[in-house]
Design a protein around this ligand. Structure first.
Ligand code: TYM
Length: 331
């Protein structure tokens, strides 16, 4: 039987290169070998972006971008999180076995408390439980995610184990990051430090024009250049090399690394090359986004079909969970 894979993206804006390289590229190939679910996490976006005016628009963007990145809705199941009524039920049930202390200790929660002290809502606290419900509702074996989601995945395994132990069953799997990846990807920003993110203001987006990409890359933070052979690489320059590793040919990266090592590197050339290689990666996706975005009939058909398939899978899980937990009907 095919193993199940689940991948999710929050609908808080357009997809960026980090989302694409961390959670989509390469994984679009596996849709033929695995039972794949790709979904748009619109409930999760409400923890930080509760704006009815932009909510649907953001889902629309991510949907078109997901499809443009190469997901084939005839092969994989693509759906919107809020189209799955079984999900909030599993979330509620898992919440009964999630402890406040462990939720408060989650790095993403602590980070949000620091950054948005004025809106520390219960949805934020239980964010990892909803994410576990996303994964466990299809009893997913593998979850392609970037490095930043590692802890959430660990918590999902903990909740699954706890459920199995409490009820004496072998029901939920211990979902793993996607197996074929030796290391989880972390795409940095070009602002010298940290990861590329939607809220970090350092994103290169899948719908950016060639010109916008060139501008952003040319502004990337570097340093004054190496003066002695084999000097250590500063974070900004390392970040450029890291992105190159994913978008450029291996000998291009080797060429610039060699130039760095012998102090002949010119950062202007390095950036120009990086910009062109990012454009090569993004431009075909951008063209497909434009074609798909306005085809409302197609998007309606795809999401309806996805919702039906995802609901069928979710229904099996939730009825088994009800049974295991002793929730029975009189009628
Ligand atoms: P989100 O929406 O922030 O990001 C979606 C996916 O993109 C990856 N990613 C990155 N990978 C590498 N480098 C980066 N700079 C980078 N930025 C983002 C993320 O790791 C993620 O895989 N909580 C999740 C959404 C979610 C989910 C799920 C994911 C909800 N339920 C169930 C998987 C399974 C999130 O906020 O991802």
């Amino acid at each position: 039987m095919k193993k199940t894979v689940l991948s999710g993206i929050r609908s808080t804006g357009n997809l960026h290169l980090g989302n694409y390289l961390g959670a989509l590229k390469n994984f679009t190939e596996m849709q033929y070998d695995y039972n794949c679910y790709f979904f748009i996490a619109d409930y999760h976006s409400l923890t930080t972006h509760p704006d009815p005016k932009t909510l649907h628009l953001n889902v629309h963007n991510v949907l078109a971008e997901y499809l443009a990145a190469g997901i084939d809705p005839e092969v994989a199941t693509i759906y919107v999180q809020s189209d799955l009524p079984q999900l909030p039920e599993l979330y509620l049930l898992l919440n009964m076995h999630a402890y406040i202390g462990e939720l408060e200790r989650t790095a993403s929660f602590k980070d949000k408390v620091r950054k948005h002290a004025e809106n520390v809502n219960a949805g934020l606290l239980t964010y990892p439980v909803l994410m576990a419900a996303d994964i466990l509702i299809h009893r997913a074996d593998y979850v392609p995610v970037g490095k930043d989601q590692d802890q959430h995945l660990e918590m999902t395994r903990k909740f699954a184990r706890r459920f199995n132990n409490l009820y004496g069953v072998e029901f939920f799997p211990e979902s793993q990051p996607f197996e074929e990846k030796k290391e989880m990807v972390k795409i940095p920003g070009l602002d010298g430090t940290g990861k590329m993110g939607k809220s970090e203001g350092n994103g290169i987006f899948l719908n950016d024009s060639d010109e916008a990409i060139r501008k952003k890359v040319m502004k990337a933070v570097t340093d004054s250049g190496p003066t002695v052979p084999d000097s250590p690489v500063s974070e900004g320059v390392q970040n450029i090399f890291t992105i190159m590793k994913y978008v450029s040919a291996p000998d291009t990266l080797a060429f610039f690394r060699e130039q760095y090592a012998n102090c002949s590197i010119r950062y202007g050339d390095l950036k120009k090359q990086l910009a062109e290689d990012i454009i090569q990666t993004i431009a075909p996706i951008r063209e497909r986004i434009n074609a798909i975005y306005h085809d409302e009939a197609y998007l309606a058909r795809v999401t309806r079909q996805g919702a039906e398939r995802a609901q069928a899978s979710a229904e099996k899980t939730i009825s088994a969970v009800r049974d295991i937990m002793g929730i029975r009907r009189f009628y």
